[in-house]
Design a protein around this ligand. Structure first.
Ligand code: PLP
Length: 418
């Protein structure tokens, strides 16, 4: 029996062929690695298939019918993305390969123009490597510095530290704040609206790494008032190979190009080039046409469910899972306990079982969880662990699956005599 909640899970699961497959010698697949990447509904798979079967062509260039059809579908996705996050215009939406490339684009283009020696960039201890390494590269090249806002023992950011960095921003010239909206390890939902407001009071722009938030809750870039936002299609039912960079138009207009080549130009002469309009100036070379078109179907799917409902469903699952897991002997949980402040990502350790061993036992039960440092080694150092296990939920997960996951945990405890 499926639970009756915010979403009709039984119906949703019908749309995901992969959820029917068996793993580990005939076990039903329990896919709890959604923070890494989500599964794809048939609509997305079919949209990609349809493109290759019926109108495969390059975009923006030729005038033949196939090219026109492909261009139309590609640009329709851009419109849907803009609408999904409530951007003012499609000119503010740049397609990249992933969230990582989107953040790197800002570091290379905006960063190299605006960050100078002795300047500071403020990030936090709970960032994914994608929101650390590009800033390390930039600051070391420029002789600038990185400042980290710390986290407390419950997985919340130490906002007083953040305010202190901003307060000292005149003297220390803070040029940018770059922060994750939701931690991929702790699940913490960061109070970005307040942080952006505080930062803007000092005239400092803010980049939001929304890789874990846009797929799981309603996000409105105008309400939030962020200057940059990055996320990936593959974490929200879409294909791999498509990232999204949102930049406020007035900022994007002043940014130099990232990758030079075809499509990002208007005119090229021997010694000079006139760049294309926004956002094409930032999309050099043939893009990932098929997967951008596939992403369109993913957005349609989420819109049909409603992002409020998606969030509601994940809160329900997380509440249910936290309730049970906290009672399992030997478990250490990381991140906020209150589901109002967290998403459907649960990181934990159990006794001294190595997370990789635990993930292997889980796999024997058909349960796919993640183990390791989750590309957040700065946070692992803060938590004083080498690795954690992580279960992460999405629209197709059920309470029954959480029960299977918990019973596999019990099996691991028995095996390791905890
Ligand atoms: C918070 C966060 N930021 C950035 C990324 C990077 O996403 P991608 O690998 O799609 O570039 C991830 C992926 O796990 C993430 O969780």
């Amino acid at each position: 029996m499926m639970q009756k909640g915010a979403l009709n899970i039984e119906k949703i699961r019908e749309d995901f062929p992969i959820l029917k497959r068996k793993v580990s010698g005939g076990k039903s697949l329990v896919y709890l690695d959604n923070a890494a990447t989500t599964q794809k509904p048939l609509a997305v798979i079919n949209a990609i298939h349809d493109y290759y079967m019926n109108y495969n062509s390059n975009i923006h260039r030729a005038v033949h019918q196939l090219a026109e059809e492909a261009t139309l579908e590609f640009e329709k996705t851009r419109e849907k993305v803009a609408e999904f996050i409530n951007a003012r215009s499609t000119e503010e939406i740049v397609f990249t390969r992933n969230a990582t490339e989107a953040i790197n684009l800002v570091a290379y283009s905006w960063g190299r123009t605006n960050v100078k020696k002795e300047d500071r960039i403020v990030i936090t201890e709970l960032e994914h490597h994608s929101n650390i390494v590009p800033w390390q590269i930039l600051t070391s090249e420029k002789g600038a510095k990185l400042d980290y806002v710390g986290t407390d023992d419950n997985g919340y950011l130490k906002l007083q530290e953040y305010m202190n960095y901003l307060e000292s921003s005149k003297k220390k010239k803070v040029k940018l704040v770059s922060v994750s909206h939701m931690s991929n390890v702790l699940g913490t939902i960061v109070p970005v609206n307040d942080m952006i407001k505080m930062s803007h009071e000092k005239g400092i722009p803010v980049l939001i790494d929304a890789a874990q938030s846009v797929p799981h809750m309603p996000v409105d870039v105008q309400k939030m008032d962020c200057d940059f936002m990055a996320f990936s299609a593959h974490k929200m039912l879409g294909p791999t190979g498509v990232g999204i960079l949102y930049v406020k138009k007035e900022i994007l207009e002043k940014m130099p190009p990232f990758i030079g080549g075809g499509d990002m130009i208007k005119e090229v002469h021997k010694y000079e080039t006139r760049y294309n309009d926004l956002p094409y100036k930032f999309e050099g070379g043939t893009p990932n046409i098929a997967d951008v078109i596939g992403f369109s179907a993913a957005i349609d799917y989420l819109n049909k469910l409603g992002m409020d409902k998606v969030r509601e469903h994940e809160v329900e699952l997380t509440e249910y899972a936290l309730d049970i897991i906290t009672k399992v002997k030997g478990v250490t949980l990381y991140g906020p306990r209150n589901t109002k402040d967290r998403g459907g990502v649960i990181s934990f350790n159990i006794g001294d079982i190595h997370p990789h061993d635990l993930a292997t036992i889980m796999n024997d039960h058909g349960v796919a969880i993640r183990s390791g440092h989750h590309c957040a080694q700065v946070l692992m150092e803060r938590l004083d662990v080498a690795a954690t296990s992580r279960a992460s939920f999405y629209i197709y997960n059920t309470k029954e699956e959480i029960d299977i996951f918990v019973s596999a945990l019990g099996e691991a405890r028995r095996l390791f005599k905890i």
